[in-house]
Design a protein around this ligand. Structure first.
Ligand code: BMA
Length: 336
């Protein structure tokens, strides 16, 4: 299996424990970011990591002591111990004027050619996608909002397709959204987005994802297709439960689902996933992968902590294919 890696330095890793019978396993020292990580910040979770030069950078969703989320920058040599800036990232607009999001959460961080893009959910008269780019992690240029409200879970593909950027998103409402499918949109200039396609819906036979789904880390390119790690939500009498799932999208046309795992690959089990500000939430936002096919996933746990989980490309692709059930995803006729 070939993989397009995004890391060429040592990255966090632990081999699969012998007693683990799932395709993804947790870091034994989780959570990697604990409560009250810096003055004025109560919790960090749902955050993204990437290699920058010979180390790692992170964009953290930091929930302040007034309850509002903002994005903070962090640096780390090993991807585990983090130096986190004391203040939120300062954005400028394309004219160099300061731009301060009212709030910003659930950032993804994606490198495309020599630029890094941060995509988050912010306020544009309701929950909407925000986007910024940087080359040096010093100047962050905020771009136009890609879509009208309401939308969440914006995830760029790590390369262009015939000169076009591809963005996954999940149209939503402005609250706790009891529905939601993943869509794909294209843009030549990161300003005007179109050629929208439906990728996959909630539901199917996997009961863990019946309510809504949303993209997670930037998809990983493999010879089998694009590995999409995402979150799926089910509703219980005690509230929503967020698990992690996997699918493989067509390499040339990622709006087509080749395989979709009917089982979750990870679901809340540990104390830091079941107990916190919002219990029972696993929210993956980033995946590091090296040339050996090792994958390290950063996920938010219970809207309170950052956790790390591992898999390998062979393991997760095999599990996804063996347990695949593509249900109701390819019914585009007369709808596009
Ligand atoms: C979603 C988002 C996530 C959060 C999740 C569970 O709607 O707001 O940031 O982790 O709810 O509370």
């Amino acid at each position: 299996m070939k993989i397009v890696s995004n890391v060429n330095i040592d990255m966090p890793w632990q081999d699969k424990p012998e007693d683990c019978n799932m395709p993804m396993w947790r870091y034994s020292e989780n959570p990697v970011i604990k409560r009250n990580p810096l003055p004025g910040v109560a919790r960090i979770f749902n955050s993204a990591v990437a290699q920058y030069e010979d180390a790692f950078v992170a964009v953290f969703r930091a929930e302040l002591v007034d309850g509002r989320p903002h994005i903070y920058l962090g640096h780390s040599n090993d991807g585990i111990k983090w130096d986190i800036d004391e203040n939120p990232i300062k954005f400028v607009d394309e004219n160099g004027e300061e731009y301060k999001p009212l709030y910003a959460y659930d950032p993804r961080l994606v490198k495309i050619e020599d630029e890094y893009f941060i995509i988050w959910c912010g306020d544009f008269y309701g929950a909407s996608l925000g986007m910024a780019k940087t080359k040096d992690f010093k100047t962050f240029v905020r771009l136009e909002n890609p879509f009208l409200p309401f939308n969440r879970n914006g995830v760029l593909f790590p390369r262009k397709f015939d000169g076009e950027y591809l963005l996954l998103s999940r149209p939503s409402d402005s609250g706790h959204t009891p529905f939601g499918d993943i869509f794909l949109s294209r843009s030549k200039d990161l300003t005007y987005w179109g050629k929208h396609r439906h990728v996959m819906g909630s539901g199917g036979n996997g009961w863990w994802q019946t309510l809504k789904i949303g993209g997670g880390p930037a998809p990983i390119e493999t010879s089998e297709g694009w590995l999409l790690i995402y979150h799926g939500v089910t509703q219980t009498c005690n509230g929503y439960v967020y698990s992690i799932g996997s699918a493989i999208l067509d390499l040339e046309d990622p709006a087509k689902v080749k395989y979709r795992c009917k089982n979750f690959v990870m679901t809340p089990e540990e104390w830091y996933e079941e107990r916190g500000f919002v219990a029972n939430v696993l929210f993956p936002c980033a995946a590091l992968c090296d040339d050996d096919g090792r994958i390290a996933i950063y996920y938010g746990a219970a809207d309170t902590y950052v956790g790390l989980a591992f898999t390998t490309i062979d393991e997760i692709i095999k599990y996804t294919i063996e347990n695949s059930e593509v249900v109701g995803d390819q019914q585009d006729d007369g709808r596009m």
